[in-house]
Ligand binder design. Structure first.
Ligand code: C2O
Ligand code: CU
Ligand code: CU
Length: 531
């Protein structure tokens, strides 16, 4: 029998409660969306001319230098500020940034070497920094009410959207003004993490405006594998956006100041999609490569858009996408894909071999779920022959946790579904919208649990603090791209996905939530207390 919130909820609402509420909202969109499995969300249309694909060079975000190192720890400083960017050629776009760029600067760390990032908030709104995929003590994990206020804006703590409107307040919130130090022990498997805003009710529009950056963790064992490295290792942050006539980023926020009233306009309740595909902040970019193996570290930083990526040569051949890592680091052994689905917040570490492509040839990265302009993602131009001493070893790692179902001390069920929240549309977990004052799950440090996650439409579900393994999808074995240790799993419409994890690391208050950023802002988040 599942313990915890699921049981109480059923007793209170009755098993059909959540479904009944859902029907009462007239949420035909959820049912309709379930029948269109490739898309959850509605697409904005840009009001400026869009550039042709594969013209803009691929930028690679600069690696941030520490301002100091002491006692085996590195200290970084990031200023969150408004800045203008030229994302579309000839168009000026005001953005919210980390250090003036989108994506923000990349932080490179070694496993087990602690990092402190001091964030300074010069934006007009409170912010919260979360290191996605980080094994981070709760005080630095970016809980949505642990606000970093702009200078002199103490009154902002009174404007926390749903929190204040509905008399919900969070006595545990730790609010700071102007600067805040986030400390990351990074005692974890090497992988690609990303940091992004996580403010209560306003995460989706803040990420959309530019508050996202990469954080890579490395270690000696990974370095010794001989994988493609240096200029042949490329981070690829994929994100869709749309542009208003004045060049600004279009977003259907109910409150464009992003201060008081959360949420988006009705057609976009299921998620906001853009008609421009950016990679590392450039529209449909092109990158010149050697005829050699490249390691592509792909992150889907889109709010709601899913992709199914393939790499297609000029003569229509699909190159192998050799997956070597998942969200939480290296797989045990490579897995070869031709088509790679990637949901919001997921990361895939992939090796692609361009050595068989004729010099001068173009390899397009295509999104099979897109149509029109959103079908193209980026391209590689194979520029020259080159020596290649990189390898993809048959054994990549031997330290993956081997939890078995029989290790689990309990099984919990969570339904991720549309429903009603504060007299409007919401996205609910177990029939309830997020409430910082309620503890949804209490577990003991070290416990192994199986969670069964059930979806109406697409929900990419993310757990803070821990990595997990996918056990099954609707009673069937996991899919090839479910391999390895993950922190975000894509639930497909109607699916029940079982995951297994061990809650170790730190005690404290953490979160799990849907990483469709609009769903997250509209209630689809819950508290996880590790005691
Ligand atoms: Cu990237 Cu709580 O998430
Ligand atoms: Cu996270
Ligand atoms: Cu969702």
């Amino acid at each position: 029998m599942p313990s915890g919130r699921g049981v109480t909820r059923r007793q209170m609402l009755g098993i059909g409660g959540a479904l009944g509420l859902m029907a009462a909202t007239g949420l035909t969109s959820a049912a309709a969306l379930a029948r269109r499995p490739s898309i959850t969300g509605a697409q904005l249309r840009s009001a400026v001319p869009l550039p042709p694909p594969f013209q803009v060079p691929l930028p690679v975000p600069a690696v941030l230098k520490p301002v100091g190192t002491s006692g085996g720890a590195d200290r970084y400083e990031i200023t969150q500020c408004e800045a203008s960017a030229e994302i579309l050629p000839g168009v000026t776009t005001p953005m919210w940034t980390y250090n003036g760029t989108f994506p923000g600067p990349t932080i490179e760390s070694r496993r087990g070497r602690p990092v402190t990032v001091s964030h300074r908030n010069e934006l007009p709104v409170p912010t919260v920094v979360h290191l996605h995929g980080g094994r981070t003590p709760a005080a630095s994990d970016g809980y949505p009410t642990d606000l970093l206020l702009p200078e002199g804006r103490q009154e902002h703590s009174m404007h926390m959207g749903h929190g204040s409107e509905h008399g919900m307040h969070d006595p545990r919130a730790v609010v700071t003004e102007l600067t805040r130090d986030y400390t990351f022990p990074l005692d974890q498997r090497p992988t690609l993490l990303w940091y992004h805003d996580h403010r209560m009710d306003f995460t989706a529009p803040a990420i959309w405006r530019g508050l996202a950056g990469l954080h890579i963790v490395r270690d000696d064992a990974e370095d010794a594998l001989g994988l493609p490295a240096g200029p042949r290792e490329l981070p690829l942050m994929i994100a869709d956006r749309a542009f208003a006539a004045d060049g600004s980023l279009a977003y259907p926020a109910l409150d464009p100041t992003l201060r008081v009233r959360p949420g988006v306009r009705e057609p976009y309740l299921a998620g906001v999609l853009g008609d421009v595909i950016l990679v590392n902040g450039a529209p449909w970019p092109v990158h010149e490569v050697d005829a050699a193996r490249y390691r592509l570290r792909i992150l889907n930083a889109s709010n709601a858009r899913h992709y199914e990526l393939e790499a297609v040569t000029g003569d229509g051949h699909r190159l192998d996408l050799v997956q070597i890592g998942a969200d939480q680091g290296l797989l045990a052994a490579p897995v070869v894909h031709r088509l790679l689905p990637i949901a919001p917040a997921e990361r895939y570490d992939v090796v692609v071999d361009f050595s068989g492509v004729p010099i001068g040839g173009l390899v397009k990265v295509v999104n099979r779920l897109g149509s029109g302009r959103t079908r193209d993602v980026m391209a590689f131009r194979v520029a020259r022959k080159a020596a290649d001493d990189s390898r993809v070893p048959r054994t990549l790692s031997t330290d993956l946790p081997a939890w078995r179902r029989s290790d689990a001390v309990r099984v919990r069920d969570f339904a991720f579904r549309a429903g009603r929240m504060h007299s409007g549309h919401g996205w609910l977990i177990g029939g309830l919208p997020f409430d910082p004052a309620r503890t949804d799950v209490t577990t003991r440090l070290g416990d192994v649990e199986v969670w069964r996650l059930i979806a109406d439409v697409h929900h990419p579900v993310h757990l803070h603090l821990v990595g997990f393994r996918v056990l099954s999808r609707s009673g069937r074995p996991p899919l090839p791209h479910d391999a390895g240790l993950k922190d975000t799993v894509s639930l497909r419409p109607g699916e029940a996905v079982e995951i297994i994890t061990r809650f170790d690391g730190y005690r404290g208050r953490y979160l799990f939530h849907c990483h469709n950023a609009e769903h997250e802002d509209m209630g689809m988040m819950a508290n996880l207390e590790i005691v």
